[in-house]
Design a protein around this ligand. Structure first.
Ligand code: ATP
Ligand code: MG
Length: 364
């Protein structure tokens, strides 16, 4: 029998989802879901992970679960095809994390570049919560609990996948072949690996507040686009401009389609021609930004409308989450029982252990 193809991916409910999440992972999930190539799809709202750096603000996490769920459904995640689950409601994930902790060293966690930069961003240097420090281990638990073969995520997740693979190899070599080795699936489009913020910072991030949210109104998107950071040396229209590292052009790389030039900017055949003109000089930022705004609107308007519809029945969304979580819990229970058997901590289920000891004590 060929191995099942299983997807696990997710997001932290620390805010509404932004276009970085969308191009980095969410859009791909919907395509993979609709390809019909996967046997099971698990999409996790990682509330337990969100609490690792929001322990003093549980209300934020609680309120954002519904926001993330609405964003998922608005983007086309179909609960008939994908299980949307809430991490904290599956205690098996926490239990796996605890056992995997024995397979990872403190120095290995300290080397994780994503965690390093996140610690800096949060000013945690002097006092890192242990839970936050260990979240890469909890991600390994999430991925392996569902026996995921494929993890579609943005580039910042690469170190997490490496850590997961190390745990899988270590576990399987110590306790016998049990866990499935997952593969990361990064976006094909380079601009989508790590979408920069509207302020030009390397990553669009809720924490940095430089985001265009999927649920932003058309007016808000326009305002954000028109005030976006561009090439700071491109002062006058005649000046030659730089497109590399210029977020306006990176967003066009991520979102624009060739046919949109005929529709909105017929004087250019494609993005390369637009970039060439900018580099030569004579093309103003306002014109490029207006085009970008139209491109984004084409993508975001249908998502925004679907979200408005979904918002009318919140109890139905919780029902979807409850069902998705229950289905996911069954799979995690099965994996945990295999893990415990492999680790020899299944005393009550292991009849052979009991009878063998009974015989030994009787013989003594
Ligand atoms: P933020 O950093 O904005 O607070 P986050 O890092 O908490 O958001 P996660 O929930 O950790 O968001 O990430 C969810 C998914 O979105 C991951 O697959 C991550 O790689 C992807 N992602 C997040 N931000 C970006 C981005 N700017 N560009 C591409 N992918 C991104
Ligand atoms: Mg993150």
């Amino acid at each position: 029998m060929p191995k099942s193809k299983i997807i696990l991916t997710g997001d932290r409910p620390t805010g509404r989802l932004h276009v970085g999440h969308y191009v980095g992972s969410l859009k791909r999930r919907v395509e993979l879901q609709n390809s019909g190539e996967f046997d099971k799809i698990f999409i996790m709202i990682a509330d337990a992970q969100a609490l690792t750096d929001n322990a003093d603000n549980p209300e934020k996490v609680r309120q954002n679960i519904i926001e993330v769920a609405l964003d998922y459904l608005a983007c086309g995640i179909d609960p008939e095809k994908s299980n949307i689950l809430i991490q904290s409601q599956i205690p098996e994930l926490t239990e796996l994390t605890f056992y995997y902790m024995n397979l990872v060293t403190v120095s290995r966690l300290q080397r994780n570049p994503t965690v390093k930069s996140e610690i800096q961003m949060r000013n945690f240097e002097a006092s890192i919560p242990v839970g936050f420090f260990c979240y890469p281990i909890s991600q390994a638990a999430d991925i392996t609990a569902f026996k995921a073969t494929t993890v579609p995520v943005g580039e910042d997740q690469m170190p997490m996948l490496e850590q997961t693979k190390e745990i899988v190899h270590k576990f399987n070599s110590v306790y016998g072949e049990t866990l499935v080795d997952p593969a990361i699936l990064l976006p094909d489009n380079e601009a989508c690996l790590r979408l920069p913020g509207t302020d030009g910072k390397a990553k669009m991030s809720k924490t940095l507040g430089n985001c265009i949210y999927l649920s932003d109104s058309a007016e808000d998107v326009k305002k954000k686009v028109m005030s976006m950071f561009t090439d700071p040396n491109h002062l006058r229209v005649e000046d030659p401009g730089n497109v590399d590292g210029n977020p306006v052009f990176i967003y066009l790389d991520a979102f624009s389609k060739p046919e949109q030039f005929a529709r909105y900017l017929p004087e250019y055949q494609n993005l390369d021609e637009l970039k060439d003109h900018y580099k030569r000089g004579g093309l103003g930022d306002v014109k490029v930004k207006k085009f970008l705004n139209k491109v984004l609107e084409e993508e975001l308007a249908p998502i925004r409308e679907r979200r408005k519809e979904l918002e009318k029945d919140i109890p139905a969304i919780y029902d979807i989450l409850k069902k998705g979580t229950a289905a996911a819990k069954e799979v995690a229970e099965q994996t945990l029982s295999e893990v415990k058997a492999a680790m020899k901590i299944n005393y009550f289920e292991d009849q052979a252990l009991i009878s063998e000891q009974a015989e030994r004590f009787a013989a003594d």
